[in-house]
Design a protein around this ligand. Sequence first.
Ligand code: SF4
Ligand code: SF4
Length: 344
Amino acid sequence: MAEYIVKENALKDFFKALTEGGKRRFLAPAEVSGKLQMIETDPEKVSLDFGNTHQSPKSAFFPQTEKLMAFHKDTAKSDPFVYKPLGLDETAPMVLFGLRPCDARGLVVCDRVFQNNRFTDPYWKSKYESAVKIGLACHDPRPACFCTAVGGSPFGEAGLDAIAFVRDGGLALKTLSAEGGEFLKGLSGLESAEIGAELAEKKQAAEAGMPGPLDQSKVAGAAVMEIYNQPHWKDTADRCLNCGTCTFVCPTCHCFDIQDEQNEKGGLRMRNWDTCMSWLYTVHGTGHNPRPTKTERMRQRFMHKLKYIPMKQDGACGCIGCGRCVTLCPVNIDIREVARQMNG
Ligand code: SF4
Ligand code: SF4
């Protein structure tokens, strides 16, 4: 593990060096139409002063719309459909600077969905495994943030190759993985330094203002149907608009739909974000819909985050406490309140 500082007057050089001379795509928090987003940007436009990006960084690895393959007909062949996968290893690897620790944990939750002992999604894998992920700790978490309530920290390290924090006169960084150490070694702008004590002090100060654990012990111990049949779901569903905002901004939501855009000669197979809040998402080819009302769809979202993902991912909560859905839900449905109701 190595520790460094970057002085303020060396920051631009450091950000440029992260691209390895243009070999890597550089993503960092930068302003787009008045909102801060984690996007591919000019190293000169990086923002270090922000609560969190408006949308989560999952779109870097799981884009809102993604071309999976092209296909066309070749009638001279016995199997007339010719498929060509798209997007695999075709673009430069990424370096992400400024991931908030909650969002890096969100990527870990998604990684277990897209890569596990039963299944590997090559589109996710090709982007995720080649990316270098450098976090930026939160000194001043926002009012809706609750990473500490779900096992995280504003200075959390999960899913990151290195973590940085802002200090007087620049940045400090600590490497966390062998890949991160190798990547940062010798980069322009870095100076070796001991930052351990400063990091511990800033971490403690940031965590001091955060909420304590969200008790989910009864949810964890209860049978699925016990939680499923609780009476509070209908009240929340009556308020919910099923707009899907909460799912699209969430760093751990990963529902998608696959559609072909084609004409008689061929076409493209596309993967698009979808949402369990949508009636169409769960309707079967037969016309039967196992989640026909808002109550079932809204319940699915919370059951998935707080019961099903913990069951499948060794107790890890499917919510990482970024607070985006709390802030952006148009009818103020708050997952912390729903979690308390589920816990009885
Ligand atoms: S953002 Fe709020 S209203 Fe919209 S689907 Fe989510 S919980 Fe329902
Ligand atoms: S459920 Fe809400 S608070 Fe939790 S990770 Fe998703 S958007 Fe963030």
